[in-house]
Design a protein around this ligand. Structure first.
Ligand code: HEC
Length: 492
């Protein structure tokens, strides 16, 4: 069973981030364990770590998994506290730790001398666990809390490093690594020598640079788009293929199958998926499956991945272009962008059936997109102190500097990823900061565009005046996929 901390795993593309975080309920037992961890004098390091280990031991922890957090690059340790974990299931889960296999130790919990905090994760129908984040730098505290709440879908309790420091407003940057999410753009280039003229203006080849973007069919994405920019749009890491092709596999001698296989590779070659799903282009090796190599690329894909690609599992939250704006490539029916939906669907469903599964089984996967999925169903509460828009128009938020600020109608959908989910109906005002510029601090003026900010809604002209007494939804993102404040306020 894959834990949700490996939130990227069942995921995928597009601003694509992470995996299925459901709602959060913290069990009484887990809350007690947290309390035990922070009840000690926060300056007493050994008492702190002892308390954490003791809490684990008391609950008969199945084991612990140590790994490096992909975002923070800090050390984390996952403690399998729920009685439903066995040493075997925990060890297996540890294989999917964020960013690759972690180091599993059976029967012991986690302990760090310097602890940012403990994240308690309990989801309906899944065994609970704790994640301890190591660190002595208080500058990491706000992001530790944000990461716990936003990505792991857990409840954060500060450890000895962060005790008393985690008040909102001290957050640092967000994003996948050091670079903010680069907004999608369309670039037109001359066709490469030897290739036919493009279908764009003046015979150019035009390409959307976004994970769900594609160049023209028959061409290679990397020749016309930018993988460097795509790599800012979701977390990347290398992961081994699920399996390898048996050289004696009879499909290798099936001409019709091999023709479809070659065609499927050519389709994927035109998409931004190749930036991480080829050994050739992915910076440190392909992410789990890869279309380069001589074997049958499908063999590298897990069942969950085939279900997503075949459109059996939902991946709406990862975003999609209309085919007419994406060189004819559609990703609204299947998870893989294609110019020929029936052919690709038949090819992938045949693989699903060959693996002995029924289509109904494929529909049982939770929607792909991780935090994007939980963000899409988020229900805002009224703004707390320090959040909202004051009578003088000052917009305030918690959770650190921001790149995206929205004022939405009360019942608008939660904003998601570009190209099709980022400006929901009911967006009253939206400003963002280009990726090349620093994020802005809380306290900007409603309706005013200052410094490096760009206004997207309204697309021209001033923002509509807010109606006094009416409730609006303030939605502020540190970066795409990283919420800061999300709350309802009443215009004054
Ligand atoms: C910026 C990198 C990146 C890009 C671009 C990207 N992916 Fe991935 N993808 C990953 C990573 C990382 C994983 C997880 C690998 C692992 O740990 O198993 C993954 C996994 C997958 C999986 C397997 C999921 C599962 O649970 O079995 C599928 C399917 C997938 N990607 C489809 C796509 C498609 C389709 C595209 C293009 C539309 C795409 N990806 C683009 C990085 C990327």
């Amino acid at each position: 069973m894959a834990s949700r901390l490996s939130f990227f795993r069942p995921v995928v593309a597009f601003a694509a981030l992470l995996a299925g975080c459901g709602s959060t309920t913290v069990t009484a037992a887990a809350a007690v364990a947290d309390d035990a961890a922070i009840a000690n004098d926060s300056s007493d390091v050994s008492a702190q770590t002892d308390a954490v280990s003791a809490a684990d031991a008391a609950s008969g922890v199945a084991g612990s998994c140590s790994y490096t957090n992909l975002f923070s690059k800090g050390q984390e340790c996952k403690s399998y506290t729920d009685a439903a974990w066995t040493a075997a299931s925990a060890a297996q889960d540890c294989q999917n730790a964020m960013g690759g296999p972690g180091t599993f130790v059976a029967g012991t919990g986690c302990a760090f001398a310097h602890l940012l905090g403990t994240c308690t994760v309990q989801k309906p129908g899944e065994p609970a666990y704790l994640i301890l984040s190591e660190g002595s730098d208080t500058a990491q505290c706000a992001n530790g809390k944000l990461g716990c709440e936003t990505f792991a879908g857990g409840a954060f309790a500060p450890g000895n490093t962060c005790a008393g420091t985690v008040d909102p407003g001290t957050g640092g940057g967000a994003g996948y690594g050091s670079t903010p999410f680069i907004q999608p753009y369309n670039v037109c280039k001359d066709a490469l020598p030897g290739e036919p003229a493009g279908q764009g203006p003046g015979g150019k080849v035009c390409t959307n640079v976004l994970i769900s973007g594609c160049t023209e069919a028959g061409r290679h994405f990397e020749d016309y788009g930018s993988c460097a920019d795509v790599l800012t749009q979701r977390p990347y890491w290398a992961a081994p293929p699920a399996g390898k092709t048996d050289p004696a596999d009879p499909r290798l001698k099936d001409a019709a199958f091999m023709a479809d296989l070659a065609w499927s590779k050519a389709q994927i070659a035109a998409s931004a998926c190749v930036c991480c799903h080829t050994a050739k282009l992915a910076p440190k090796g392909a992410s789990n499956w890869s279309i380069d190599g001589d074997g049958i690329w499908l063999d590298g894909v897990k069942d969950s991945g085939i279900a997503m690609m075949a459109g059996l599992a939902d991946s709406t939250q990862l975003g999609a272009y209309p085919a007419k704006d994406n060189n004819g490539f559609d990703r609204t029916t299947l998870g893989i962008p294609t110019t020929d939906i029936p052919r690709m669907q038949q090819f992938l469903l045949a693989e699903w059936t060959r693996r002995g599964h029924t289509p109904a089984e494929g529909k049982q996967y939770a929607p792909f997109g991780g935090p994007l999925v939980s963000q899409s169903t988020f229900q805002p509460d009224p703004c707390a102190a320090g959040e909202g828009i004051a009578a003088d128009g000052k917009v305030s938020w918690l959770g650190g500097d921001a790149r995206y600020v929205y004022v939405l109608a009360k019942n608008a959908k939660n904003p998601g990823v570009p190209p099709n989910l980022d400006l929901p109906d009911g967006t009253v005002w939206q400003v963002n900061v280009p990726s090349s510029q620093p994020a802005v601090a809380s306290g900007i003026a409603y309706g005013q565009v200052s410094g490096d900010m760009q206004q997207r809604v309204p697309s021209s002209g001033p923002a509509l005046a807010l109606v006094k007494g009416q409730t609006y939804y303030l939605y502020v993102l540190q970066d795409i996929g990283f919420p800061a404040s999300r709350c309802l306020f009443t215009a004054l």
